[in-house]
Design a protein. Structure first.
Length: 291
């Protein structure tokens, strides 16, 4: 929502200010200049990035526009499912626990939290480290190092789109100059035309420079930053899981281990201890939604 509001403010002030000082907005409509700039940008984007990043870009852009960051409900669900699993780890045998981590889609614990289950990467992360806990001979510091490495890898993968969009944003002013130069070349071929015609052609050429800078600093640059912010917040769920499970492996009771995870949540979004306790009271059995 803030992205849409920001774009409305940008274009409202830009076009409104231009019109207020006597400019004709129709002059800015130079479709072929935009085709040159945006077409070249899209082409270089495909050249510079593997197809996986290109496909992920569409997903990341939609996440940024919709602000698909974890909500308080997502944090509570993450803590609640961890609590349910830790309770099971303390009381159930290895064979009984393997049912949950080997096939989470059929697990009553995971099925009670469909949003967590829908995040395949997040579910796999939980199951992988619960499996290591079940094995029983893993050292905590080794697991922590492994978790850190995996989280860094996940974050690098998630932020590839950010770096790709940033590169395009940096290139757009130069692409705008290219479009402007092509417009000037066209204008030079019409030097025998009346001044008003020549002036129109030069004005159209300058729109290329204007558009390149606007697209760079007014659209693609902020969009790349938004993608980075959203994706970093989504990766934060992995850090919550890491801190909670490490505390549990070090001997903390499930409720205390949850506090380790809760403290990694931003203070602006962090659920209170009472909210977490209320949530975990409903997840203390095999069915995490049972009262």
């Amino acid at each position: 929502m803030t992205f849409v509001i920001g774009m409305v403010i940008v274009f409202g002030c830009l076009l409104g200010g231009f019109a207020a000082m006597g400019g004709h907005i129709s002059v800015l409509w130079q479709p072929f200049e935009y085709v040159i700039i945006l077409g070249s940008a899209i082409g270089t984007f495909f050249v510079a990035n593997p197809m996986k990043v290109v496909k992920d870009s569409f997903k990341a852009i939609m996440e940024a526009i919709k602000e698909s960051t974890p909500r308080p409900r997502d944090y509570l669900d993450t803590l609640a499912i961890l609590y349910a699993l830790m309770r099971e780890l303390r009381t159930k045998t290895r064979t009984e626990m393997e049912v949950h981590v080997d096939n989470p889609g059929e697990s009553e614990i995971f099925k009670a939290f469909p949003k967590i289950l829908a995040e395949k990467d997040l579910t796999n992360f939980i199951c992988d480290y619960c499996r290591l806990i079940i094995i029983g001979n893993a050292r905590t510091h080794e697991i922590e190092a492994l978790m850190d490495e995996e989280i860094q890898t996940i974050q690098r993968d998630k932020l590839k789109v950010y770096f790709a969009l940033s590169a395009i944003a940096d290139a757009l002013p130069a692409l705008g100059i290219i479009a402007a130069v092509l417009g000037v070349i066209k204008a030079m071929g019409a030097l025998d035309q009346p001044p008003e015609v020549l002036g129109h052609l030069i004005g159209a050429a300058l729109v290329g420079t204007f558009a390149g800078i606007l697209f760079s600093y007014g659209i693609f640059g902020p969009l790349a930053t938004k993608v980075k912010t959203v994706r970093e917040k989504r990766v934060r769920l992995y850090v919550i899981i890491k801190q909670t499970l490490l505390a549990f492996m070090n001997g903390a009771m499930p409720q205390v281990a949850l506090e380790h995870g809760r403290k990694t949540i931003s203070a602006y979004e962090r659920p209170t201890i009472s909210e977490v306790e209320q949530e975990t009271m409903n997840s203390g059995t095999t069915d995490p939604k049972a009262a």
